[in-house]
Design a protein around this ligand. Structure first.
Ligand code: AMP
Length: 509
């Protein structure tokens, strides 16, 4: 086996690290610790990744893609650059290929394996797409590890004490909050929450809107503020201003010759903080929810760790201090996630535990609940019955038994949902299961299995159950599937589940 590394595949930037000879090392990519998550295509079809691509954001924004992690797993998203059609998976693949190449040449040995980090709140589609990108880049993906979990591992928390840790992770495009119990070398996630569409990009967008309003006022409402080059310059200025406000209380934004006018704008921290308050509020609300799901009060949190570039904003640190307690901020905020991934990679790639320098146990949970719709016999309404509940430890299985409603019925249908609610809302629907069954003069029963693996990737399988099966009688008695019995019947070959693909009516990612 070649080398195993940890990769933080961020919305804005990526970092890579390796654990070897008893210590953690950052792996430089093109001589830098950070690789911008940007891909650009030149006129001649050549693809650039990282810093070179990022600088083309201003010269050739139409053929340059940034922040595409926000769309990974979204089957509808494609980029048309230089006659090529690229999906977010293709973009991630290019980035990962670059990391693999650079890391292999830096380490002097081929990198074959990787632990790739993902937001804890990523859905199975987003996880699957990330894993696919890794595999297409020629990496054996040892594990997808949640970024907050990786951060908690990397902080190398006091080994003697038992602690309950909250990780608040606000990056470029995503927000995650996790609560972990750390005991000696075991890291158990007990609850996660987050928002896959909330991050520093949204903060930039607020400043952009603020600047566009100023421009419109200065230039008159007839002025068209179109043109991606100028917009890109405003975006760049907005991000710079935001970063400066993490250091000082006021920033001067200067945009000479933008849409034909000259903009000089002073932005002070109070106005900025007021502007971003609704975004911060959303993160605070998630903190409250995650505490509630963990069954903890804020006093029971022993340490809060901040991760992600956007936690450098003063308002974030103040809000966290006010809500929970003064957070711990690492010096190497950009690298901690890759460090945790590297420690995990070392653990998973060294088969002999004695030679693993830092044996750790990691348990993660699912960030979402899954279920199928069925008629509730008490009120005859269609409801979602949850088979896997949010915050269940991974890997996990959920199962239900359905039956045909009339003799000779050829198949059973069920809607599959990812939702916390019992209402079968269309937007929460993952797809439909159509399960063909043997055509019989009596009711035929089928067991459907939902399995989430360690990476949080979902598979469905189904099997017909013979009449008079003990699984059926126990289900009738207890109203739930006896998973232990089911597993043992599968093990003994009495039930043979077939993997099925749900009809999501979506195209391939
Ligand atoms: P990450 O995905 O963790 O690399 O975070 C990237 C996000 O952090 C981007 O939205 C950056 O604009 C933001 N960021 C980086 N440095 C700072 C800073 N000093 N102050 C505020 N935001 C920052």
């Amino acid at each position: 086996m070649g080398m195993a590394i940890g990769i933080d595949l961020g919305t804005s930037n990526c970092t890579a690290a390796i654990y070897r000879k008893g210590k953690i090392e950052s792996i430089p990519i093109e001589g830098r610790k950070i690789l911008p998550s940007v891909v650009s295509c030149k006129d001649d079809g050549r693809i650039l990744v990282g810093g070179a691509a990022k600088s083309r954001l201003y010269i050739d924004p139409e053929n340059t893609v940034a922040s595409s992690k926000r769309f990974i797993g979204d089957p509808g998203k494609v980029y048309h650059i230089q006659h090529k059609t690229l999906t977010p998976v293709d973009i991630a693949q290019e980035i990962l290929q670059k990391i693999k190449q650079e890391a292999s040449s830096y380490l002097g040995e081929e990198v074959t394996d990787a632990v790739i980090t993902i937001p804890a709140y990523f859905t199975e589609e987003q996880r699957e797409a990330t894993k696919k990108a890794g595999e297409r880049a020629g990496l054996n993906v040892l594990r997808l590890l949640a970024e907050p979990t990786a951060a908690a591992i990397a902080y190398g928390l006091d080994k003697e004490r038992n602690q309950t840790i909250m990780v608040y992770d606000l990056g470029g495009g995503t927000f995650d909050v996790s609560i972990l119990k750390v005991e000696n070398n075991s890291f158990k996630v007990i609850a996660v929450d987050g928002d896959a569409m909330l991050g520093g990009d949204d903060v930039d967008e607020l400043i952009v809107q603020h600047l566009l309003n100023k421009i419109k006022t200065a230039a008159g409402s007839n002025q068209s503020v179109q043109g991606s080059l100028s917009l890109q310059r405003i975006k760049e200025a907005a991000e710079e201003a935001k970063k400066e406000l993490s250091e000082s209380d006021v920033v001067d934004i200067s945009l000479p010759d933008i849409f034909g006018i000259h903009i000089e704008e002073e932005l002070d921290i109070e106005i900025f903080n007021h502007m971003i308050e609704p975004l911060l509020h959303r993160t605070i609300h998630k903190i409250e929810e995650v505490l509630q799901s963990a069954g903890l009060t804020k006093r029971e949190i022993s340490r809060v760790i901040l991760v992600g570039g956007s936690t450098r904003m003063k308002a974030v640190q103040e809000a966290v201090t006010e809500q929970i307690k003064k957070p711990y901020i690492a010096d190497n905020v950009d690298e901690v996630v890759a460090y945790g991934a590297a420690i995990m990679a070392a653990n998973l790639s060294v088969p002999d535990l004695d030679s693993t320098p830092v044996p750790i146990i990691v348990e993660e949970v699912t960030a979402h609940s899954f279920g199928v719709d069925m008629i509730d016999t008490s009120d005859h309404r269609l409801k979602v019955f949850h088979l896997i509940k949010k915050n269940t430890r991974l890997p996990c299985t959920g199962a239900t038994i359905g039956s045909t409603l009339r003799p000779y019925q050829p198949s059973i249908r069920a809607g599959v949902f990812r939702t916390e609610s019992i209402m079968p809302a269309e937007e929460a629907k993952l797809g439909e299961l159509h399960l063909p069954v043997s055509i019989r003069p009596y009711h035929v029963s089928v067991v459907s299995l939902f399995e989430l693996d360690e990476d949080g990737i979902l598979t469905f399988s189904t099997a017909e159950i013979a009449k008079g099966s003990p699984l059926l009688s126990s289900y009738r008695k207890n109203k739930e599937v006896d998973l232990q019995l089911l597993h043992s019947m599968i093990h003994q070959g009495e039930i043979v589940p077939q993997k099925i693909v749900i009809d999501t009516k979506k195209t391939e990612v």
